[in-house]
Design a protein around this ligand. Structure first.
Ligand code: 8YV
Length: 327
């Protein structure tokens, strides 16, 4: 027995990250990286002071029920819709996330997806690899221009604004929708015009979703919203799968009511609807928004800094539920 506080590391992290944790705690490390079931997670939290998790671990009242020693859940993610914040606050458990360090990398990915959908990159590559390319043709794989087009950003937080900055380099006209309109200086910095969601969907050539998921915006984009979009428009999602009614999207893509989509996130991930897999005009990536070496390293380090602060009795830098502090 080391006498140090016990910490669960629920998924595999880089060796240098383990070295940062080791001096501060006794580790229960899921080195195999197989996601833990709810029951396994609950059982392994029973004697833990803190846990380092990712967006794949769901934390709810059931998981917390036996975790009497737990003081913090530190997620290697900016989003925290996988954590029942009210249940954590009720149990006096601090929740931390990793904002800012992933903003630019995730914005890069958003732009990559938007461009891949607009210019039919995945679809044409698949066709080429399958050996269909026999001759060049004037009308081959015609897409929708990105430069000079209108970009609709839904969710104008840090990542949304980073996408707006990129859009300027492509001479795009940027419109946005957000829960609250931006302060005038931020709006001017983003050179973006505020619109209600329906108007944004009507005027945009490319729509990108960058807003946090909550039960209130479940299936924010369904059949009636898709019906407002231009027939040659694209829809990209780097936020959360639950924002889109995927079956309605499949129908719109199949019937050519919008040109293409690009999805990095899925409602049932890692399961992806067969219907989506069968469509040619959708780019599908496995939740890679923040997946650069440097950014994943920065995210893990920030999550560990949060965790170590809690172990030391300090307020962690990225506290999501300040109401639980001092509980
Ligand atoms: C993570 C994300 O890769 O930070 C988030 O909210 O969605 C991604 O950056 C994922 O959640 C792993 O924890």
């Amino acid at each position: 027995m080391s006498g140090k506080p016990k910490v669960l590391v629920a998924r595999a992290i880089f060796p240098e990250h383990l070295a940062l944790l080791e001096p501060h705690c006794e580790l229960d490390y899921n080195a195999g990286d197989e996601p833990l079931t709810k029951a396994e997670l609950a059982a392994r939290l029973v004697d833990k002071r803190a846990a380092l998790i990712t967006g794949s671990e769901r934390i709810d009242a059931g998981v917390l029920a036996q975790a009497g020693e737990l003081s913090a859940i530190c997620s290697i993610s900016v989003g925290y819709n996988h954590i029942d914040i009210a249940a954590c606050t009720g149990a006096g458990v601090l929740v931390t996330n990793t904002p800012e360090v992933l903003t630019e990398t995730t914005a890069d990915m958003g732009f990559a997806l938007l461009m891949a959908a607009a210019r039919r990159i995945s679809e044409s590559e698949r066709w080429l690899r399958e050996g269909h390319w026999k001759r060049w043709a004037l009308d081959q794989f015609l897409g929708t221009d990105v430069h000079g087009s209108t970009l609709g950003i839904v969710g104008m937080g840090r990542i949304g604004r980073a996408i707006a900055r990129r859009a300027r380099g492509f001479a795009m006209n940027v419109v946005y929708h957000n829960r609250a309109r931006l302060a005038p200086e931020l709006e001017a910095q983003s050179a973006a015009q505020y619109l209600d969601l329906d108007s944004l969907l009507r005027v945009s050539d490319h729509v990108i979703l960058v807003l946090p998921y909550s039960v209130e915006n479940h299936h924010l984009i369904g059949a009636s919203q898709l019906a407002l979009m231009k027939p040659y428009a694209t829809l990209s999602n780097i936020a959360r799968g639950g924002l889109i009614d995927e079956r309605a999207l499949c129908a719109a893509l199949r019937e050519g009511r919008i040109a293409a989509a690009a999805l990095d996130v899925f409602e049932g991930e890692p399961q992806v609807l067969e219907e989506l897999l069968a469509l040619r005009n959708v780019v599908l990536t496995p939740h890679l928004g923040s997946a650069s070496r440097a950014t994943r390293d920065a995210m893990a380090r920030l999550a560990i800094a949060n965790l170590v602060a809690v172990l030391a009795g300090d307020k962690p830098p990225c506290l999501v539920n300040p109401q639980a502090w001092g509980h």
